[in-house]
Write a protein that binds this ligand. Sequence first.
Ligand code: IPE
Ligand code: IPE
Ligand code: MG
Length: 243
Amino acid sequence: MPTQGKTIADFPRLPRHVGIIMDGNGRWAKKHRLAIALGHRSGTENLREIIRHTDDLKIGGLSLYAFSTENWRRSPEEVAALMQLILDFFASEIDELDEKHVRITILGDKAALPQRQRDTLLEAERRTGANTGLRLNIAINYGGRAELVRAARLLAEEVKAGTLDPADIDEESMGRLLYTGDQPDVDLMIRTSGEMRLSNFMLWQCAYAEFVFPTVLWPDFSVAEYDKALMEYARRDRRFGGR
Ligand code: IPE
Ligand code: IPE
Ligand code: MG
């Protein structure tokens, strides 16, 4: 039974772009004496409702941290389980996402992923590329520093080709070359499980983000928890350096 969440009218203010660091699957599995892979699987089961709710609230963008460049340090078994979940997630969700006009963008280096995952992600981006609804960014093999290095390299190539004057490099031209391109900055960053760090997620896009750290483990993160974080965001006084 899907949880009934709040509606737009319940919020005085909503973010345009939400980021979520989906953390705590391992601790959830341990708590329930289950294999770690089952923790990760359980961590994909609430995703449909979270994405739906984001769409219902007309929040323009949602960025989900699914696999970091540092997550390769985990055991081959755990990495394989996560890679399998990527395939399963797209197989089960892509039709509904496309029907709802969701446009999927993968943040991160797809080239280093196994062929099947790479093909699945490219196909999801291709299939939904012209959609005009929710921007759903899924970060896979993503690192914020790597993203900035990549942008610097792209700028350097333009300079080398003679199409860009270094004096013209500004925040806009740099931002355009990130995986998020011309999407707005992250307004609200949520990290579950009580950890209070970015772990290399969207360093540039979070420059003025509000942070909320619910203590629930990711598989327990419900629409009601999401609404709590959104309500907390609405209460924040955002000054952007001004008075
Ligand atoms: C987050 O859950 C999912 C990924 C990093 C892929 P974790 O697996 O990090 O869960 P904890 O932090 O060990 O509880
Ligand atoms: C960040 O969580 C990455 C994802 C949620 C995908 P981690 O669990 O990998 O981060 P650390 O190691 O606790 O910083
Ligand atoms: Mg973790």
